[in-house]
Design a protein around this ligand. Structure first.
Ligand SMILES: [Zn+2]
Length: 194
């Protein structure tokens, strides 16, 4: 079965299961299978999946997709920057693979409350694998203008084996939509050119 991570309550797995659904959907669409959901006050308020191939945009990771759904929604509602920040500070992200450096930085700047992830991202991970952006900033940093970001709680290893299995499936089958043939076929890692 899956490797149980810390904080392995049933609620955590229930939300990660939903993130996994998103990752499966990505796989069906021939995208690197990474998915996520954002939960606020016990409710799933956004979900996202990797869309880098479809959009031909290497920054369209699952986390960015979900974040943009929320930003659009909240801006449409007319929320101020501080109200948006307040909302993010109550959001928990469940993502099937450790956020990359780009996404971890974005989550830190937005001031997300907490992140649960599945498998580690040994190549680009920003929550412990390569950099530790979740813990490198101070909690007390509240200025919007000059804040590099805030720390957030981060727990990995939730349904990690399922997350890895999906990535393996993807790389085993190859990626017919890939624009270039240099995609690593042997590594179970989300791609992100840096
Ligand atoms: Zn990312």
């Amino acid at each position: 079965m899956d490797s149980l991570g810390a904080g392995g309550c049933s609620e955590t797995f229930r939300y990660m299961e939903l993130a996994m659904e998103q990752a499966k959907h990505a796989l069906e669409c021939l995208e690197v299978p990474v998915g996520c959901v954002v939960v606020r006050d016990g409710k799933v308020i956004a979900s996202g999946r990797n869309r880098t191939t479809e959009t031909r945009n290497a920054t369209r990771h699952a986390e960015m997709e979900a974040i943009d759904v929320l930003l659009k929604q909240w801006q449409t509602c007319g929320l101020s920057a501080s109200e948006v920040a307040e909302r993010f500070s109550n959001c928990v992200l469940y993502v099937t693979c450790e956020p990359c450096i780009m996404c971890a930085a974005a989550l830190s700047i937005l001031g997300i409350k907490e992140v649960y992830y599945g498998c580690a991202n040994d190549k680009f991970g920003g929550c412990g694998s390569i950099l530790s952006l979740h813990s490198s900033c101070t909690q007390t940093n509240t200025s919007e203008e000059d804040a590099p970001g805030k720390s957030f709680k981060c727990t990995g290893g939730i349904m990690a084996s399922e997350a890895v299995s999906l990535l393996c499936l993807f790389y085993e089958q190859g990626n017919p939509n890939a624009p270039k043939p240099h995609r690593p076929l042997t590594q179970a890692k989300p791609d992100m050119p840096l």
